[in-house]
Design a protein around this ligand. Structure first.
Ligand code: MG
Length: 164
């Protein structure tokens, strides 16, 4: 059986991952509007990955004989001043998610829920990757200062992202 405190924290995190999916989908729509289809594509894949994260937690609770509870997802931001501002928001959001994952891990440690600890190792690794990816794009955007031809090149690069 899953520990109750761990279950509560994971149910909360299912919502947080789905909010992440919603936020990145909103960013994808923003980039479509700005005629940056590569950025839009990158964010759309990012959004799909967040749904997968939510489902990993969903399956974990069910596999352990627990009870999934879905909470309300708030509306994400719908407009940004620039691509840089949006990517900075994405990076800050991933840092926030990292702190959430670390917090659940703390609970799993305190409650001695070993299966939850093992499951969370995947998320701890994943957050290193998520922060790295978002921060790299932020740094590249700063470097090119959103100049036309450099933006088009970065947009083409982000268009290459494949689903995993
Ligand atoms: Mg996630």
């Amino acid at each position: 059986m899953i520990n109750e405190k761990v279950q509560n924290a994971i149910n909360e995190q299912i919502k947080n991952e789905l909010f992440s999916a919603y936020l990145y989908l909103s960013m994808s729509a923003y980039f479509e509007e700005k005629n940056l289809p590569g950025f839009a594509h990158w964010m759309r894949i990012q959004s799909q990955e967040e749904v997968e994260h939510a489902m990993k937690f969903f399956d974990f609770i069910n596999d352990r004989g627990g009870k999934v509870t879905l909470f309300a997802i708030e509306q994400p931001k719908t407009a940004w001043k620039s691509a840089l501002e949006a990517m900075k928001d994405a990076y800050a959001h991933e840092q926030l998610v990292t702190s959430m994952i670390n917090n659940i891990y703390e609970i799993a440690l305190t409650e001695k829920d070993y299966p939850a600890q093992v499951m969370l190792h995947w998320f701890i690794d994943e957050q290193v990757e998520e922060e790295k990816n978002a921060s790299e794009i932020v740094e590249q955007l700063k470097l090119i200062e959103e100049r036309g031809s450099a933006m088009l090149m970065l947009d083409r690069q982000l268009a290459q992202r494949e689903e995993d």
